[in-house]
Design a protein around this ligand. Structure first.
Ligand code: AMP
Ligand code: MG
Length: 366
């Protein structure tokens, strides 16, 4: 991403124009394969490497990367644990992908404005929690933001800045109360044609929590699940220390850290404008939208949330990105046990009060 800054500082240079277009081709190809989505990642050499530790290969799932570290366990068992976890993730992915024909989400969108769609319990749980938190976040988190994400070209990678009129027309479809759930029959109905849901802001969090639950049930006492921007820490490391989780800096090289957290039996989730974005006329446009405006929120570059529930942490990191530091902190105070770090648009780092108990190191500004 640093390359980008360099490119945009030397506009007059004709050669750079070609480099720029090449860069975008590469960027789009990378985005298409999801290979630059890493957000929160393990601090190298500290998290996964202890005696008897097994570190899985990097898998690609749900549009991002998945790595699992298991310690204090026979390697053969640990490999089987990872295999079972991977199967679970593939299952969740097959239910929640909006692209996969026949998935729950695909069917819900396909049947918008017509009949209720019977979904798997996993999908129902994700949709129900999303709606609950839409209400609690005053609509900052809204899974019906989909047509807006589409309008800006984030699904087909044909990025564009829409007109205000296009935004207004599309935004009329965005409202979480357009999603109706019947818990008893296990069905989801969208109020009218054109309404669409996307679980991209929550499904990874769900899957991370589900994988941690599965590993615990299989007897894992010490593990770390690193799923793109969502991390789940089971117990302590085999050396009895807390797990170290590096928070990626929203600017600079991909390896640059904003800070380092120590966690055990907790979840960490990050949302940021560096994850997926395009640049037009020197302005960055990212993949997270304020449902109230149909545009990208402008107050922050990234938000990291730590808390006891994986889905909540994932939803909150997206919602706090929309709300910004001030409103975000107010909202956070209503969620017991959750803390956050914001990097505002000027690069200033702001943390909630209780965050200090997790912080090993944290920059004060970028
Ligand atoms: P995350 O990386 O968890 O913050 O999720 C970002 C993804 O969630 C985007 O790629 C969109 O698919 C979706 N999304 C964008 N804005 C919102 C929003 N305000 N509420 C819910 N989902 C959103
Ligand atoms: Mg999220």
């Amino acid at each position: 991403m640093v390359m980008q800054t360099a490119l945009y500082n030397s506009r007059e240079n004709m050669i750079m124009k070609h480099v720029k277009s090449l860069f975008f081709t590469i960027l789009i190809a990378l985005l298409a394969t999801g290979s630059i989505i890493l957000m929160v990642f393990l601090v190298k050499g500290r998290s996964g490497e202890g005696s008897g530790g097994y570190r899985s290969p990097t898998y690609f799932a749900m549009d991002t990367t998945l790595e699992i570290t298991i310690q204090g366990r026979d390697e053969k068992l640990a490999r089987q644990d990872v295999e079972a976890a991977l199967q679970l993730v593939r299952k969740v992915e097959s239910y929640t992908s909006r692209f996969k024909k026949g998935s729950d989400v695909w069917l819900i969108n396909e049947k918008a404005g017509s009949v209720p769609v019977k979904v798997h319990p996993e999908t129902l749980e994700i949709v129900e929690r999303s709606l609950e938190l839409s209400q609690l976040t005053g609509g900052a988190f809204d899974i019906t933001v989909t047509p807006i994400v589409e309008l800006w070209g984030f699904y087909d990678q044909k990025y564009r800045v829409p007109t205000q009129q296009e935004i207004d027309t599309t935004r009329a479809l965005v409202y979480y109360r357009n999603v109706m759930v019947d818990h008893t029959s296990g069905t989801v109905t969208l109020a009218r044609p054109g309404v669409e849901i996307d679980l991209g802001g929550v499904a990874k969090g769900y899957a991370t929590g589900a994988v941690c639950g599965l590993l615990r049930n299989r007897g894992v006492k010490s593990g770390l699940v690193n799923f793109g921007g969502a991390v789940g820490a089971i117990g302590f490391r085999s050396d009895e220390k807390q797990w170290a989780v590096g928070i990626k800096s929203p600017r600079g090289d991909p390896e640059d850290l904003l800070g380092e957290l120590k966690v055990s039996n907790a979840y960490v989730s990050s949302s940021g404008d560096y994850e997926r974005f395009f640049i037009k006329d020197g302005k960055r446009y990212c993949h997270i939208f304020d449902p109230a405006t149909g545009r990208q929120p402008t107050e922050v570059m990234s938000v990291t949330v730590v808390g006891p529930d994986s889905m909540n942490a994932d939803i909150l990191s997206t919602a706090l990105f929309v709300l910004g530091p001030q409103k975000g902190q107010e909202l956070l105070s209503k969620f017991e046990g959750y803390e956050a770090v914001f990097v505002d648009s000027s690069g200033k780092v702001e943390s909630s009060k209780g965050m200090s108990k997790y912080v090993v190191e944290m920059k004060e500004r970028l």
